[in-house]
Write a protein that binds this ligand. Structure first.
Ligand SMILES: NC(=O)c1ccc[n+]([C@@H]2O[C@H](COP(=O)([O-])OP(=O)(O)OC[C@H]3O[C@@H](n4cnc5c(N)ncnc54)[C@H](O)[C@@H]3O)[C@@H](O)[C@H]2O)c1
Length: 259
């Protein structure tokens, strides 16, 4: 298995993409800390992993809380002795045009994606440096590379994660830490399901048109990216054997945005 004996922290892993990666990591032999705001969903993911013979622990962690993040990382190290992989995945979306966007809504999105990723990075690096290395991963998006209307704080935060990832790659190298950004296209998770009617209303078009003409318009085949597609990339980046692959942003999007 590709992640045998590795200890991984995944934030926002109670559902959606984070959950799928947690389950895939466990299938690949990792011990997985499933961190989320909500104890019940984190417990459910742990139960699903354990039912298949994997090892996991649930952590209630708001990534915007310094205390919650450092307590969570301490709990992982107490239980399993190290932290080898950390994926800052927790995220929220907010749909509004910039001229109507409330400052609070701007702050909230930036806080969860970017400030949360910083807190997870700082706590994780302290353990990885002690242990002689590790892998930092960030859940970016095609919106780390380009913009769409109505999503300004999300686009700004996802671009910011590319910068954080590169900074970690530079600083982490001498401590054996690699850092990469995963950039999915649209995946049908609760985060995306919620946006479909919101965007339809804001743009004055049907929900079918939001899917076909907005979300999937620039893919090569009109297909959503799947949870397995994103999970496979997350395993590949965590398992990669050397610092040949660090500081990079990898797009998994059915061809939407080619570099
Ligand atoms: N779904 C997509 O199409 C898509 C595409 C590109 C990138 N992404 C990114 O993937 C990540 C996961 O998105 P998803 O689609 O699975 O969303 P989702 O809404 O299904 O899941 C997000 C999870 O994050 C958790 N979360 C939210 N705020 C948190 C906080 N402060 N602390 C801890 N956990 C928190 C939620 O409880 C939830 O379990 C996000 O960073 C998102 O931006 C999603």
């Amino acid at each position: 298995m590709r992640l045998d004996n590795r200890v991984a922290l995944i934030t926002g892993a109670g559902r959606g993409i984070g959950r799928a990666i947690a389950e895939h990591y466990a299938r690949e032999g990792a011990r997985v800390a499933v961190a989320d705001l909500d104890q019940a969903t984190a417990d459910e993911v742990v139960a699903a992993i354990e039912a298949r013979g994997g090892e996991a622990m649930a952590l209630v962690m708001d990534v915007t809380s310094e205390q919650a993040v450092s307590d969570g990382v301490a709990a992982i190290v107490k239980r399993w002795g190290s932290l080898d992989i950390a994926l800052a995945n927790a995220g929220v979306q907010h749909i509004d045009p910039i001229h109507k966007l409330a400052y609070q809504d701007w702050l909230k999105v930036i806080d969860v994606h970017l400030n949360g990723a910083f807190l997870v990075t700082r706590a994780a690096l302290q353990e990885m440096y002690k242990g002689g290395g590790g892998t930092m991963l960030y859940m970016g998006s095609v919106h780390s590379m380009e913009a769409s209307p109505l999503k300004s704080p999300y686009v700004a935060a996802k671009h910011g994660l590319a910068g954080l990832c590169r900074a970690v790659a530079k600083e982490g190298a001498q401590h054996g830490v690699r850092s990469n950004l995963i950039c999915p296209g649209f995946v049908r998770t609760p985060l995306v399901e919620k946006q479909i009617p919101e965007q339809a209303q804001e743009l004055g078009i049907s929900e079918e048109a939001v899917i076909k003409d907005v979300m999937l318009k620039h893919t090569v085949d009109g297909e959503f990216t799947s949870l397995l597609d994103v999970s496979e990339l997350a395993v590949h980046l965590a398992a990669f054997p050397s610092a040949a692959l660090t500081g990079q942003s990898m797009i998994v999007s059915h061809g939407w945005h080619m570099q």
